[in-house]
Write a protein that binds this ligand. Sequence first.
Ligand code: NZQ
Ligand code: ZN
Length: 401
Amino acid sequence: MNSFEFYAPTKVIFGKGVEENVGKEIKAWGGTKALLHYGGKSARESGLLGRIEQSLAAAGVGYVALGGVVPNPRLSLVREGIELCRRENVDFILAVGGGSVIDSGKAIAMGLANPGTDIWDIYDGKCLPAACLSIGAVVTIAAAGSETSMSSVITNEDGWLKRAFNNDITRPKFACMNPELTYTLPPYQTASGVVDIMMHTLERYFGANKGNEMTDRIAEQVLRNTIRYGRVCLQDPANYKARSEIMWAGSLSHNALTGLGGKSDFASHQIEHELGGMFDVAHGAGLAAVWCWWARYVVREDVNRFVQYAINVWDCVLDPIDPLATAMEGIDKTEEYFVALGMPVNLAQLGVGQLAEAQIDELAVKCTFFGRRTIGAFKSLGAEDIKAILRLATPDASDWR
Ligand code: NZQ
Ligand code: ZN
């Protein structure tokens, strides 16, 4: 194993009914008045919000509610949340939902704790926050892993820039994770979540990553389990065993465990974030449309790494004369799995149409922060590489191998 630091401080409270104790939990962390932050309709319709309101009342924790978080959460609602929480003297953020709600909550929490700072400057890389208000999460979709991650991703409607901010201060204090809460997910969201979970491990597995055997074996098993139980969740949405395996995989995939000792890649994520900003697509679906094309573009950088993936995750058999064929088989199996989940595997299937060259240029320029950065660690990618991958991901090029 190479040197690493591992910091995963979030208290995970996992199992049936755990959301009922959320009030007591906030109180234990010193919260007296919470922002009850949520998304569209699902949490209200399922009765979850009502149960949480009861739990807060029973524990004597006051609250003010702010719903309306949309997938690819918007900066404008973050600003509204910061203002509301200031007026209402909120001292704890409770996010009830998926990655979008938790990320919006993280942004509000940073805005509140850094009064002299414009919140977008933090996401735009212009300054670092000194502090973050305490956050708790009740997770309703297994996907982004924001409940234990150091990340949050916000979309600025002014220019449709989707930007991530990564810092340990945003890790939630606790996460209530009841797999039953995910039974109501539409199949597309379940599948999108499964892809995102796989991707959080794949982005680490295919990084600059040599000699971390324990990390590799953990990553491969997380992938195998996610592949296996992802299928079951789609066939049998109320299967507790499958939902619980997937929910825990979601946290483990993105709390850093599956990449310890290596340098993560995250190029596919960074490309997807631009697609999400420009076309408002579901995050996991966008990743499914991009990853296999990224993989085919970079595979020759380290064929053996892809061979290891093909054998250990997909049970492929090594072709000793042509290892590249085995490597490609692993990529193809991943693509077939995404198709089986009902996910798009190119940009047309994602629903963004046939990208014009001007759009490809714009996506690539934004992705390199207007020429200020390259992306990726497995292979460093500049604007021309990003454009090439986007072109490969168009249907006309999909017969390229
Ligand atoms: O708004 P409601 O009505 O709740 O509907 C949501 C939403 O439409 C629905 N949903 C959630 N739980 C449900 C449910 N519907 C029925 N039953 C339930 N139990 O699902 C839809 C998607 O929700 P969202 O929160 O957007 O999903 P996800 O967790 O995939 O989050 C995606 C966001 O997280 C970011 C993505 O970029 C995207 O903006 N990410 C955050 C990361 C992080 N903070 O660490 C890492 C990821 O790589 C990712 O970038
Ligand atoms: Zn992701």
